[in-house]
Design a protein. Sequence first.
Length: 347
Amino acid sequence: MPGNRSDLRGDGRLFWTVTVMIPANSSYPDDLPAGAARHRSVLSEEVIAALDPRAGEIFIDGTTGAGGHAAAIAECGAKVIGLDRDIDALAIAQTRLERYGDQVRLVHANFRHLEDVLDQVGIKSVDGALLDLGISSMQVDEPERGFSFLRSGPLDMRMDPSQGRTAADYVNDEPEQELERLFKELGEEPQARKAARLIADRRETQPFETTEDLASLLETGLGRFSGKHPGTRCFQALRIAVNDELGAVEEALPAFTHRLKPGGRFAVITFHSLEDRMVKRFFKHRSTRELDRPEWPAPRPNPDFCFERLTSGALPPSDAETTANPRARSAKLRAVRKVHPPAPEPT
């Protein structure tokens, strides 16, 4: 991928301006460049309603992807700092977002490192932030990325192909008990033990190299009892483990909160129950003014209180959106606004 590196401070450390070559005869829908033809940003109208971006404000898009949400924020006149660990996604986003010039800056970074990124460019706080968690259609639809069991490709699954272990490393090297734990905890797979045993037995004679190889074993060994492929949950578990997705969310939620200005808005889109549960608990705790326990004589102020909720529970996509984009059906949006904590009681 051709590209060049630049940054806001001129020190060449963090900010990337990347370019991709698009064939002159390309015919992609709307303004999407190659690689993003099937990618649609979910809950876009709801995100903009929650974030309410305005001219001159600064927003973080922690998962830029193809740049759909970043473009919608920029259209409102706000500035956007877009992060993504996937350099290929940033290349596509740069092509889509180049019309906004210096209004949008892209960073090749994991959103868990938000505070480091902002420190590098001397930005103390922002007016709003978005996290669109999970995997993008672009990644799923590229067989060489190894995310999908529907297309044969190397068993990779890394969102940043330059970092860390691959899914093949996990299935070939992890102890059987650890695979069982991953499938049970990260995939919520009811046949976790059987899946781990199938893998352990097979790799004794032949290591796993492709997505098709693993998917075929799981389909044959676990059986198909519904419309869902029996490898779905195991593939999810491997992807989450390879990219330490839950660890990244756990670090990012307090970091994004810390960098929000009072009045700043924070929206998070989730796609599976594990990450949604984390976001739900975090927002609920920090939007609770007082805590109470049976052993306390009276409720006490919550020292972590700093949010008011902008959505009542999780906001799902509309029927019209899921009809147009079936991949949006599991998406959930939660949003909050940062408030001034109450003044401490005089002593």
